[in-house]
Design a protein around this ligand. Structure first.
Ligand SMILES: Cc1cc2nc3c(=O)[nH]c(=O)nc-3n(C[C@H](O)[C@H](O)[C@H](O)COP(=O)(O)OP(=O)(O)OC[C@H]3O[C@@H](n4cnc5c(N)ncnc54)[C@H](O)[C@@H]3O)c2cc1C
Length: 416
């Protein structure tokens, strides 16, 4: 069923009796060509592009919980392509381009809003670094705008540029960046994949792999054994746990990251703003809540909740840059499990086991990557060759010393 304005009017006039479930509820078949483990944004996007771009027909997505229950529905919804390094920038710019046409492509309102992102600058050295980043972005075909203090004051009059704890000396803006309603991305991809025949199976946890002579033949699940020609892991924060079942020790640690939402306010923030002298980023949802976050909790964890010292740290960041928010009340907060790689960049690659593939290491930047990750992982699965935009996202970069260390902090996953 196609969604459209006319359909909404027709349903409104006929008692809303014609709407169908967005995707089918199916029991797993005994065998598939492709089994994708993980019904998050990346797993569902992979299934969709496998079917759409490569005509694959016999695909299942196995999700241990419910679609949208993982990080895809827990993040702070920011999309951007403001990366510095060659291994990253073309990939994230491809992703941003896919976001720009995604709602038409999926026929789904994901509330994509290119309201812009501004990274604030608080020192001359930071301005130099952001100038370099902006130039790298432009060289890769992305948009970047080094804003002066005056331009920032005009667009964001509530920011105290010269008399704050950390005076603002400019900022790097990407006006095509913005926000997307996160769970709608999962639902939109699920619906579109289902319409191309993909089986989306919820409450189906993969508990092991069947391997013979170095080849993966299928997966053990709580709903029985499922055979597959190709098996693709796409479980984000659970990557280390899942891949340990084939004795793979990944260059990934799992850490908790928290997100926060305030009570609803009238529109005050026109875009996404990131603080440059601490770790704090904020946008305003269409319902009016301020959506914000900061650093990881700083210890390994599989718990989807965080601790109070980080709440305090994030709120201190908020107060340093937006003292006007001092009396705003916090409404909700939660945590997600981040698959933090050693250099802060992801992995989309084959594994040492034939027919078993891996996608992970997205750290806390994987939401914006969802379309390109699905696009490139589908390419790898269908052709057995890395996609041009993801060719640096290989396991062997750690062995060969070709880390994609965007932050320049070394192999320190909790700092990326
Ligand atoms: C608080 C927070 C804020 C963030 N903010 C941003 C942001 O602003 N911008 C940005 O770009 N990124 C952000 N991220 C990161 C982003 O959300 C993730 O990198 C991305 O969502 C990970 O990919 P995914 O959507 O496929 O993961 P998930 O949605 O976590 O999908 C993985 C799925 O695998 C399932 N699974 C796990 N094990 C199994 C198993 N054994 N069998 C079957 N299924 C299994 C899980 O249940 C889960 O649904 C943030 C993350 C968090 C937690």
């Amino acid at each position: 069923m196609r969604y459209s304005g006319l359909r909404v009017i027709k349903e409104a006039l006929t008692g809303h009796k014609g709407w169908k479930p967005a995707w089918r509820e199916v029991a797993p078949k005994r065998a598939y060509d492709y089994v994708i483990i993980g019904g998050g944004g990346h797993g569902l996007a992979t299934a969709y592009y496998l079917a759409r771009n490569y005509g694959a027909k016999n695909i299942a997505v196995l999700e241990k919980g419910w679609v949208g229950g993982g990080n895809v529905g827990r993040n702070t919804t920011i999309i951007r392509s403001n990366y510095l390094l060659d291994g990253n920038e073309p990939f994230y710019e491809h992703s941003l381009k896919l976001w720009e046409g995604l709602e038409q492509d999926l026929n789904y309102n994901a509330m994509i809003s290119q309201r812009g992102i501004l990274n604030l600058v608080h020192s001359d050295a930071q301005r130099d670094a952001f100038t370099r980043r902006g130039n790298a972005m432009i060289l890769n075909g992305a948009d970047a705008d080094l804003m002066t203090t005056e331009a920032i004051q005009t667009r964001y009059p509530f920011l105290n540029v010269d008399n704050a704890r950390f005076p603002i000396k400019g900022g790097l803006a990407q006006h095509r960046g913005g926000t997307v309603r996160h769970d709608a991305v999962a639902w939109g991809y699920a619906r579109a994949a289902d319409s191309l025949g993909v089986d989306i199976i919820q409450n189906c946890e993969v508990t092991g792999f069947r391997i013979e002579a170095g080849k993966c033949l299928g997966v053990e699940t709580n709903q029985g054994y499922i055979r597959a020609n190709k098996v693709a892991s796409c479980v984000a924060g659970s990557s280390s746990r899942l891949m340990s079942k084939v004795d793979m020790r990944l260059p990934i640690e799992s850490h908790v990251l928290q997100a926060f939402v305030s009570e609803g306010l009238k529109p005050i923030l026109p875009g996404v703003i990131t603080f440059g002298a601490g770790h704090f980023y904020c946008s305003q949802s269409d319902k009016g809540g301020l959506v914000f976050g900061g650093d990881l909790d700083g210890y390994n964890s599989y718990a989807q909740r965080g601790n109070l010292p980080v709440v305090e740290d994030v709120c201190e960041g908020a107060m340093a840059i937006f003292p006007m928010l001092g009396r705003v009340r916090l409404l909700r907060m939660w945590g997600g499990i981040m698959d933090m790689s050693m250099d802060g960049s992801p992995i989309i690659d084959r594994t040492h086991v034939e027919s078993l593939y891996f996608n992970g290491g997205w750290c806390y930047g994987g939401f914006k990557a969802t379309p390109a990750s699905g696009w490139c992982y589908a390419h790898l699965l269908a052709t057995d060759t890395p996609h041009e935009y993801a060719k640096e996202y290989r396991f062997d970069r750690f062995e060969k010393g070709r880390m994609i260390d965007e932050k320049g902090v070394g192999n320190n996953p909790q700092l990326h």
